[in-house]
Ligand binder design. Structure first.
Ligand SMILES: NC(=O)c1ccc[n+]([C@@H]2O[C@H](COP(=O)([O-])OP(=O)(O)OC[C@H]3O[C@@H](n4cnc5c(N)ncnc54)[C@H](O)[C@@H]3O)[C@@H](O)[C@H]2O)c1
Ligand SMILES: O=C(O)[C@H](O)CO
Length: 322
């Protein structure tokens, strides 16, 4: 069986595939245009995909030979799941192995913004250490504050747990369903969306993205948040309206923002948000640790190998395919 991988992944995954007797193709140039990428996809049985290439109507029409797709990500918002399922194509993903690393980044962004760390680091790099000033660009402490989690799944839980342990934060959450275990374990309280945005001192997004939720966090939501709120998004940039977020930050309607994901991605070079002292932006590095990336490679390879043996993929985004 032929497997196309569009970008090199940790060796462990490639070795697993080769030892399973699969024919692996990885292009020399791994920065493929859409056309080049489609060309490779047309000639393969299975795809191990790194990145946000859209598996949309065009893809499924042009690549009828593809029988299985293993994503090198937990998120699958770039895949038309209905269409894949209709065509009996299992879509594998990589849950759990990146939850710690991604929640670490949410925690890091929260702290970086609360103490203006990236702003001050830039000043030092610019040779502008500055004099001790009792009133200049002060941070705020997180002890005992309220953390609101939007989407309390695997990553949201780990973020809530860290914030509880490190800062004794009160946890409120809004999710598709109640999670009684989490309520008991972290003394977390389920709230409505309105309560979440009105009561949080830190609001951290961890839901999986669907296009219907584009720009859910927009001007009308930012204006109802607390003035001291730190807005953290490590889920998908599509959840927030980038210009409305800028306005809310620059007008002091909200206190700060930590973003590992932006809208659009990559962020535009001239996005004025990059000039603000109350913002920290990272280039989508949630899962960028050796441990998480090795785990992702292993899970993605397990998915492809299971498929090649006629077995169910063990980590799957569309279990209804079986
Ligand atoms: N920044 C990164 O590098 C990075 C890394 C990994 C994952 N992610 C993102 O994080 C997301 C979450 O990953 P996970 O493993 O925790 O997923 P998960 O499925 O375990 O958790 C998502 C939770 O969000 C809830 N949810 C979805 N839509 C909602 C809505 N409209 N209202 C309320 N709750 C809603 C779901 O019920 C679920 O409990 C991924 O889908 C991905 O987009 C980003
Ligand atoms: O969803 C994920 O796993 C990350 O965002 C990497 O794409």
């Amino acid at each position: 069986m032929k497997v196309f991988i569009n970008k090199r992944i940790p060796e462990t995954g490639i070795t697993m595939l080769e030892e399973a007797g699969l024919e692996v193709t990885i292009p020399e140039n791994d920065d493929l245009s859409r056309e080049e990428w489609l060309q490779y996809c047309k000639n393969t049985d299975a795809i191990l995909n790194v990145g946000a290439n859209a598996f949309d109507h065009e893809f499924f029409e042009q690549c009828p030979i593809v029988k299985a797709i293993a994503l090198f990500s937990v998120g699958f918002d770039h895949v038309d799941i209905k269409e894949a399922t209709k065509r009996n194509i299992p879509i594998g993903n990589t849950p759990d192995v990146l939850s710690r690393a991604t929640s670490d980044v949410a925690f890091l962004l929260m702290q970086s913004v609360s103490r203006r760390a990236s702003f001050y680091f830039q000043k030092v790099k610019d040779g502008n250490w500055g004099n001790f000033d009792p009133l200049y660009e002060l941070g705020q402490e997180l002890y005992g504050k309220t953390l609101g989690i939007f989407g309390l799944g695997r990553i949201g839980f780990e973020m809530a747990e860290k914030c509880k342990k490190a800062f004794g934060m009160n946890i409120i959450y809004h999710n598709r369903n109640h999670n009684e275990e989490v309520e008991k374990e972290l003394n977390a309280k389920y709230v409505s969306f309105d309560e979440l945005i009105e009561q949080s001192d830190v609001l951290s997004i961890h839901a999986n993205f669907k296009v219907e939720q584009s720009n859910l966090f927009n001007a009308s939501v930012f204006e109802r948040m607390k003035k001291n709120v730190i807005f953290v998004n490590t889920a998908r940039g599509g959840f927030h309206h980038q210009k409305d977020l800028y306005q809310a930050l620059v007008s002091g309607q909200i206190w700060g923002a930590g973003l590992d994901v932006t809208n659009p991605e990559p962020i535009e070079d001239n996005d004025p948000i990059l000039q603000l002292s109350n913002v920290c932006v990272l280039p989508h590095i949630g899962s960028a640790t050796i441990e998480a990336r090795n785990g992702m490679a292993r899970l993605a390879a397990e998915n492809i190998i299971a498929f090649s043996k006629g077995e169910k993929m063990p980590h799957i985004a569309n279990p209804e395919v079986y």
